[in-house]
Design a binder for this molecule. Structure first.
Ligand SMILES: Cc1ncc(COP(=O)(O)O)c(C=O)c1O
Length: 389
């Protein structure tokens, strides 16, 4: 069954189509001017000196840990409540993830909880703006400075957000973005690292491109092979293609319009759901601004995980996209086996993950569709309540 109101839908106009087609015709498909332009636009937006385009948000996180030299024997502190990539990247480099439970309001890690987990082996902290909410990032940045442990900001869900005038992406020593199609800005697949540290930026450029010198150009555009077969260190192929970058540039040029549309949809949901009994809607600190990655509501603790799953199934039966965001990362099989974790180790993340429902969220959702989604949700909540009694 296809959802008639999908969970997510990218906002693609003729500008994006033209940008990708003209790139295809240009003959330059990798390491070219579109990726450089995409990097300039993201660097400017996040007020960072350097931006390095890569193939995904996950490769941005992997690269961030690699350029910091993190490896076996090291510990990296990371949230229990996030998308799995924020912790998988730690396993990729052979280090140990140390999980921290979340704050029940913002869903982000609290600096005091992170501080309790710091040991001599802690080599980095990965702070995530969960669902794009930047709450707590300045406190994590201050902690990172105090202990001289680098903060990697996993900003994959938050491009365009800010606290006061400080943009998401400006808090970590390195910050990572992802541009999967459900994000506010998409390049279909893609990611970006931003930083003010020139040495780390050069390393990122080299290591995303098989360890070639940072300035290495594609052989199809130079006479002879140039530095193409020089490999100064172990690297990866984490490059972003020019086709993806062209799409990203076209989206970045419309970022304010895209965020405004998401803001409008979020406000339509808030207006409709704010007073609904047994439903917790997202809340933001007054000084925070979000670009709205998703719209996730939570059921009160009168509802069990079975009720929640039944409500999601009911929404889908009525052609309304819905999903449970996220299972706690330490309870996923590959972490659970290694760490021997159970739900009691992360009570807040466990309780919240039993009660979240992500509702359809994209720029073109209409007021009527928002009304229909909310009406169906309320109906399914009532049915779940009755089927229990
Ligand atoms: C918090 C977070 N980190 C990392 C990623 C990974 O990004 P990608 O899917 O581009 O690899 C995502 C993707 O949704 C994410 O939400």
């Amino acid at each position: 069954m296809t959802d008639q109101i999908p969970l997510s839908l990218p906002d693609i106009t003729d500008d994006e189509v033209r940008a990708v087609v003209s790139t295809l015709r240009s003959g330059r498909l990798c390491l070219g001017p579109r990726a450089e332009e995409f990097e300039r636009l993201v660097a400017r937006r996040t007020r960072r000196m350097h931006a390095i385009a890569v193939s995904s948000g996950t490769s941005a996180l992997h690269l961030a840990l690699a350029v910091l030299g993190i490896g076996p024997g090291d510990e990296v502190i990371t949230p229990a409540f996030s998308f799995v990539a924020s912790a998988n990247c730690i396993l990729y480099v052979g280090a140990k993830p140390v999980f921290v439970d979340c704050d029940p309001r913002s869903l982000n890690m609290r600096a005091e909880d992170v501080e309790r987990k710091i040991t001599d082996r802690t080599k980095a902290i990965i702070g995530v703006e969960v669902f794009g909410n930047p709450a707590g990032m300045p406190e994590l940045a201050a902690l990172s400075n105090r202990y001289e442990i680098p903060l990697i900001e996993d900003a994959c869900e938050g491009l365009g957000g800010r606290i006061g005038s400080d943009p998401v992406g400006s808090f970590g020593r390195l910050a990572c973005f992802g541009f999967y199609p459900n994000k506010a800005v998409t390049s279909a697949e893609g990611g970006m690292i931003v930083t003010n540290d020139g040495r780390l930026a050069d390393l990122c450029r080299s290591m995303r491109n098989h360890g070639r010198p940072g300035s290495a150009e594609s052989p199809d555009t130079t006479s002879g092979l140039g530095t193409w077969l020089q490999h100064e260190r172990l690297g990866f192929n984490f490059r972003m293609s020019e086709l993806h970058a062209a799409l990203g540039v076209a989206q970045m040029r419309r970022i304010d319009e895209l965020i405004e549309a998401r803001q409008w949809v979020a406000e339509a949901y808030q207006r409709r759901l704010l007073g609904t009994a047994d439903l917790i809607v997202p809340t933001l600190e007054p000084e925070s601004f979000m670009s709205w990655f998703v719209y996730v509501v939570r059921l009160s603790d009168r509802f069990t995980v079975e009720d929640r799953d039944e409500i999601i199934a009911g929404l889908r039966r009525h052609d309304v996209g819905a999903a449970a965001y996220f299972p706690p990362i330490p309870l996923l099989p590959h972490f659970r086996e290694a760490g021997g974790y159970d739900e009691d180790d992360f009570p807040v993340a466990s309780s919240i993950s039993h009660r979240t429902i992500a509702l359809p969220f994209f720029t073109r959702l209409t007021e009527r569709e928002v009304g229909l989604v909310c009406q169906t949700l309320e109906l399914m909540m009532t049915r779940a309540t009755f089927s229990r009694s």
